[in-house]
Design a protein around this ligand. Structure first.
Ligand SMILES: [Zn+2]
Length: 394
């Protein structure tokens, strides 16, 4: 059980953070709030980097590993008319805190900050290494891209992702990529189609073949989904004109060991074969890329390829963390995320041993009338203290 004043503190912090709206790219106010708050609760140093990520650091008295807990501070937008009360009320009632970002994931960020502070103060900072709580920006549409900068600054030995796990210990997740398929034609008046090459009909032929691509599978992570999510032709609208370009986006869920090359290969093969059959066909496949502007003015740019990661249950750092966590939260179990998180960067790209642990349920993210249960928040503080202690002493 968490002491009463500590329980109140985490609820209060969660509510305060929810009251400050922070869409992706607009996290400045909440970042500044966290900086001042962390300085007050005993962090040795709080830095805001050029992307706007906040990092709150506590140094232990002995040499040891850097344990980094990461939670994003951006949220998805709200459609206010669908909410029963103001989405940024942060109101506390019926054992819950309400508002956008409670479950995804200002509740977890509150629990992480306070857990690190309690852990350090309860020991007078007598612990090995350092604890970094990373409150990162731009996760919602760009998983892991902003946190590349966090790794570059702190080079952590272990990472804890705080996205909702219902207090279970997650050892992996599928990754995500956006595949862009384009066909190119030749414009002509549609009253005289023979003079042109129709990029849309070429695309339709390719799509019928791509439907037969065998979906990859993993015994734990599930299917490497390949799902069409949009189709655009140009010019649009196409009044009396043969379209000269068509593009399609696929959402591809990635499994461990899938690479940029292996993911594009089956589609590239279909293009190559189809081009042999149809000399008029011109098509290209790639990963879509994007850029996002940070509240600091910095632009981050990246290809939308966010790799999967998975650690064996018997990996010593997973087992140790799990056994110790079970002592304080007997209901915990080992599981994995069904969505993509910043773990794509920390574990998938940077190969840093990573676990996921957070309050609340995945399904409470991004919904109208989002809330978090106070009991989950309190238990998350207890869980984070246990995880920090295990990883700091490995
Ligand atoms: Zn999230």
């Amino acid at each position: 059980m968490l002491a009463k004043e500590r329980a109140e503190e985490v609820v209060q912090l969660c509510s305060s953070l929810v009251k400050i709206p922070s869409l992706s790219g607009e996290e400045q106010k909440v970042a500044n709030f966290i900086k001042h708050y962390a300085e007050k609760i005993g962090f040795d140093e709080v830095k805001i980097d050029e992307l706007g990520n906040v990092a709150a650091i506590i140094n232990g008295s002995e040499e040891g590993p850097t344990v980094l807990l990461d939670g994003h501070i951006d949220t998805v937008p709200v459609q206010e008319s669908n909410w029963n009360e103001h989405p940024f009320s942060g109101s506390v009632r019926d054992g819950k805190v309400f508002g956008r970002g409670t479950s995804d994931m200002k509740g977890a960020v509150s629990a992480m900050l306070l857990a690190a502070s309690y852990y350090a103060s309860d020991r007078n900072k007598n612990f090995p290494g350092k604890i970094v709580v990373s409150c990162s920006v731009h996760e919602e549409c760009f998983e892991g891209v902003a946190t590349r900068n966090v790794t570059a600054q702190f080079n952590p030995d272990y990472v804890v992702i705080g996205e909702a796990t219902n207090l279970q210990l997650n050892n992996g997740q599928r990754g995500r990529a956006e595949i862009l398929l384009e066909t190119f034609g030749k414009p002509a008046h549609s009253s005289n189609p023979e003079a042109g090459i129709n990029a849309v009909t070429k695309m339709v032929t390719l799509l019928s073949k791509i439907q037969n691509v065998e979906i990859t599978k993993h015994p734990i992570l599930g299917k490497g989904i390949l799902e069409l999510t949009d189709i655009i032709s140009s010019p649009y609208p196409g009044a009396s004109v043969i379209p000269s370009r068509a593009s399609v986006t696929f959402d591809r869920r990635l499994l461990v060991n899938e690479t940029r090359e292996s993911v594009l290969e089956p589609i590239q093969e279909i293009i190559n074969e189809s081009m042999k059959e149809d000399p008029e066909l011109q098509a290209e496949v790639s990963f879509s890329s994007g850029n996002e502007s940070c509240y600091t003015g910095t632009i981050i740019e990246a290809e939308r390829f966010f790799p999967a990661w998975l650690y064996d249950e018997n990996e010593p750092f997973i087992q140790k963390t799990f056994q110790n966590l079970k002592n304080v939260l007997p209901e915990t179990a080992i599981s994995h995320y069904s969505f993509c998180t910043n773990g794509s960067h920390f574990a998938g790209e940077a190969n840093i041993p990573t676990v996921g642990f957070g309050p609340s349920l995945e399904k409470l993210a991004h919904i109208d009338n989002e809330y978090i249960e106070i009991e989950q928040l309190e238990k998350a503080v207890i869980g984070y203290i246990s995880i920090i202690d295990t990883l700091a002493n490995l």
